[in-house]
Design a protein around this ligand. Structure first.
Ligand SMILES: Nc1ncnc2c1ncn2[C@@H]1O[C@H](COP(=O)(O)OP(=O)(O)OP(=O)(O)O)[C@@H](O)[C@H]1O
Length: 813
């Protein structure tokens, strides 16, 4: 950009309607009107050196205000070299062709000389009209002294307005100018930084700031952003560089502020947009997940469904209030928020608990109950009698505080099935809570709600499963609970069943259970006064108390042994012992109950399999050693499975009716005789599955014999011969022991070893047994014997005798 531009005294003038070209600005225009095409052609296109033209703003004459000297070139197309010094207006200077004469335009008296940087010529088809595209660069200001026409376009006699170099240098020294230019540059720099952040450009503009004289920069900056025509004109008229700088500073600053405000608004809008977009995206994802899970019921709002479920759960009013409070909290939470899930699970639990739902108790028919017990269980006369008494009391006083029955006996003696018979007699649902192996207190009490994956205790879970508040609840294997660092479940059960611990709650026999929620507790925990249970659950810092009426539940407990049950818990229950069965009783149970049940379970009947008494006896003697009948049942089931395979493997035949048989046989015969093709008659096989199963051709039932026993059950595991054989060995004696599995014969083996004369006892022996061995040794007064014991836990006086016998035997040998 040249510092000072030499201007001719006359320039062809291109009118800019409501537009200004400022010095330093570059503009690309398309010339289509005949006058401008002519101007470009003659002044720029046909010249060898780069031409220069004047750009003069032209204002629509909507008002009478005169901006500057006006020219009234008259009407018509060819104005010739006529010129006029009078001020006035022109009718559409672009339309010298005389097409429109209505509009009046006012020429501005100051313009900008412009140099063509680029020219391109085009011919429109099919009119063959010539057009030009011109890239112009604004050079310097001029004032119009005189305007005249040359052919179809205007020319102007002009005077340059820019200062000469020396003059400019002088102004540049002026403190006002220095201050103004500093201020302008600072504002311009700020604008550049803002634009840089937005558009990541601005490097080039910064260079301009350092290299281009500041009075030119003012024009360049103002020209680069949109301002009103009036402002553009005012900028054009600012010939004084100080005025120009201050105006430019003002305009740049205003532009800067407007960018900042726009940015703020944009950020706000963008924030709102991105939030709503995020929500939209999440909802879309949620919908997709639901669809994937097959849970695409969009209309069903989860929480609304939960609320409906809670409403229909029949909670007592105070619990309903508490649940509503919790639901309100949940509604305010985001699903991703910690605690949302546990809160939700908790409410689901409250909604699922059978607060009021109870099975209607049948009118208790004691005779029917007795018959049922007899039909389902062999023997157990005293036990059945006690159950009938229990039921009779309940019949007379349904809300009577009855004891918790506890069936104690070896495995497989019918404890569970007796409890289930009680439920059936009362017409109530039966739920079994297995306490075997429960070592964590939280298993019974439930987990803290603050614990991720927390669950209610087994009792509450059982109630949820059975979905009625008056089931018969079997606390199975109550003696099998152990303790560890996480607490003692037995103590929790004690709180459930021991009235002594909760005397403060109710001296009378209470009829409601309470679940309390407290932070102090480790989890759900039960404090009971008979049927009062308090379950404590932590809920952050909020203490809650939710009572649950469990008075309608009938508790029955089972245990294999009495010893592990803590005396206070034992006191709370009425123990009914089931000592186990003799072989004869087992035989009766097998013949009357087990075999029919096993056959039925395997889809068989006595037509397919028969197990004679003598074989059952053998199974009892040789394949089982138990107080109950569980293994016996298992062995019988193995025989039934073997028989089922055999029957299923047998070829089955669909019996033919007499007619069909006759027809078929005649067809078969004729076919065989002639060797010709026979039209086959298709007989529809409308036979149900049941029908087919009855069509097995059973020639004769399978009768279990000794060979089959060995084939199916393997070689005998226990035998009479074993005892005789073993005691024939020197140093082996027989002792009687009683374990959880019933009475058993155990072998005691002593062996003499070379050594110092110590007594070594091997195996897992209890203190009583160890003591017996030492007493025996002292008594016999022998020095060194080694005993081998084959049982794990044994006791009883007979072992002592065995030791003595064989210590003497070994010593005398
Ligand atoms: N006296 C009996 N009459 C008929 N069937 C019996 C008798 N005693 C036990 N049974 C049967 O033996 C099987 C095992 O009984 P059950 O499961 O009730 O034993 P349990 O004493 O509860 O054992 P565990 O202590 O292992 O739980 C059941 O099929 C049951 O019907």
């Amino acid at each position: 950009m040249a510092d000072v531009v030499e201007l001719p005294s006359r320039l062809a003038v291109l009118p800019f309607r409501n537009k200004v070209l400022l010095p330093g600005a570059i503009i690309r225009i398309r010339c289509t009107s005949s006058s401008s095409v002519k101007l470009v052609e003659q002044e720029l296109w046909q010249r060898e050196e780069k031409g220069m033209i004047g750009i003069l703003p032209l204002r629509d004459s909507t008002e009478t205000t005169v901006v500057g000297p006006m020219l009234s070139p008259g009407e018509g197309t060819d104005l010739g070299e006529r010129c006029s010094k009078s001020q006035g207006a022109i009718s559409d200077p672009h339309k010298f062709d005389g097409k429109s004469q209505q509009e009046v335009f006012h020429w501005h008296t100051r313009g900008v000389a412009a140099r063509a940087l680029h020219l391109s010529r085009g011919v429109e088809k099919p009119s063959r009209r010539v057009t030009y595209i011109v890239v112009l660069e604004g050079l310097c200001r001029f004032s119009v002294q005189e305007l005249s026409t040359r052919g179809t376009y205007y020319t102007a006699h002009i005077l340059p307005l820019d200062m000469m170099k020396a003059e400019m240098e002088q102004v540049e020294q002026h403190p006002d100018f220095i201050a103004l230019s500093r201020q302008f540059k600072a504002t311009a720099m700020e604008l550049i930084s803002v634009l840089e952040q937005k558009q990541k450009t601005g490097g080039r503009t910064k260079v301009l700031l350092e290299t281009v004289p500041v009075h030119k920069l003012a024009d360049i900056f103002v020209a680069s952003f949109g301002i009103s025509f009036e402002e553009q004109l005012s900028m054009l008229d600012s010939v004084d560089v100080k005025v120009r700088l201050s105006k430019a500073t003002e305009l740049v600053d205003r532009h800067l502020q407007s960018i900042r405000v726009a940015e703020k608004i944009a950020q706000k809008v963008e924030g709102q947009l991105s939030k709503s977009q995020k929500e939209y995206l999440l909802r879309q994802q949620m919908r997709a997940i639901k669809e994937e899970l097959g849970d695409n019921d969009d209309d069903e709002d989860d929480l609304a469904a939960l609320e409906r479920k809670m409403q229909s759960a029949g909670m007592p009013p105070d619990i309903w209030k508490h649940a509503q409070r919790e639901l309100r909290r949940l509604k305010k939470m985001q699903p991703q928020q910690p605690g949302y899930n546990s809160s939700r699970v908790y409410l689901e639990l409250l909604a699922d608990l059978p607060w009021q739902k109870a099975d209607e108790e049948l009118e208790l028919d004691l005779k029917a109950a007795k018959e049922r017990l007899d039909s389902e269980h062999y023997g157990l006369v005293k036990v059945k009698q006690r159950i009938i008494e229990y039921l009779a009391v309940r019949k007379l006083k349904p809300d009577a505080r009855g004891p918790v029955l506890c069936f104690v006996g070896p495995p497989g003696v019918g404890k569970t099935s007796l409890a289930s018979s009680i439920a059936a007699s009362l017409g109530r649902k039966f739920v079994r809570i297995s306490l075997g192996g429960v070592k964590d207190e939280a298993d019974v009490r439930g987990h803290r709600r603050t614990y991720i994956g927390s669950m209610p205790g087994r009792l509450i879970d059982g109630l949820k499963r059975v979905a009625v508040c008056n089931p018969v609840m079997l606390l199975d294997e109550i003696d099998k609970t152990g303790s560890n660092v996480r607490g003692d479940p037995t103590s929790a059960l004690l709180e459930v069943l021991d009235p002594e611990q909760n005397r403060t709650f109710n001296d009378q026999y209470p009829h409601s259970f309470t679940i309390c929620f407290s932070e102090s507790s480790t989890s759900f925990f039960f404090i009971t006064h008979n049927f009062f249970i308090f379950i404590e659950v932590s809920l952050g810092k909020i203490y809650l108390s939710v009572p649950f009426d469990l008075s309608k539940v009938i508790f029955v407990a089972t245990a294999n042994r009495l010893q592990p049950i803590p005396p206070p818990l034992l006191d709370r229950m009425e123990v009914i012992e089931l000592p186990g069965y003799t072989p004869e009783e087992k035989l009766r149970i097998a013949m009357r109950h087990l075999i029919p049940r096993v056959l039925d379970q395997h889809g068989l009947s006595s037509d397919f399999l028969q197990i004679p008494e003598v074989m059952v006896k053998l199974v009892i003697q040789r394949y089982t050693r138990e107080a109950g009948v569980r293994n016996l049942e298992r062995n019988l089931a193995a025989l039934a499975r073997a028989a089922a395979v055999r029957v299923a493997e047998q070829e089955h035949a669909v019996p033919r009716s007499k007619d069909v048989q006759g027809l078929a046989s005649s067809l078969e015969e004729s076919r065989l005789a002639d060797g010709a093709e026979v039209d086959m008659e298709v007989i529809p096989m409308g036979i149900s599955n049941h029908g087919i199963s009855n069509e097995f051709r059973v020639t004769s039932p399978l009768i279990v014999d000794e060979a089959m026993l060995e084939k199916v059950l393997g070689p005998p595991r226990y035998g009479d011969r074993e005892t005789a054989e073993r005691v024939a060995t020197p140093g082996v004696s027989v002792g009687l022991v009683w374990t959880a599995f019933g009475g058993e014969v155990q072998f005691v083996e002593a062996a003499e070893m070379v050594g110092k004369g110590d007594l070594h006892l091997t195996g897992q022996l209890g203190d009583v047994i160890k003591e017996s061995a030492h007493i025996a040794l002292t008594w016999v007064n022998f020095s060194l014997y080694h005993l081998f014991f084959m049982c794990a836990e044994q006791k009883g006086p007979n072992l002592f005798q065995s030791y003595v016998t064989y210590l003497i035997f070994v010593g005398n040998k």
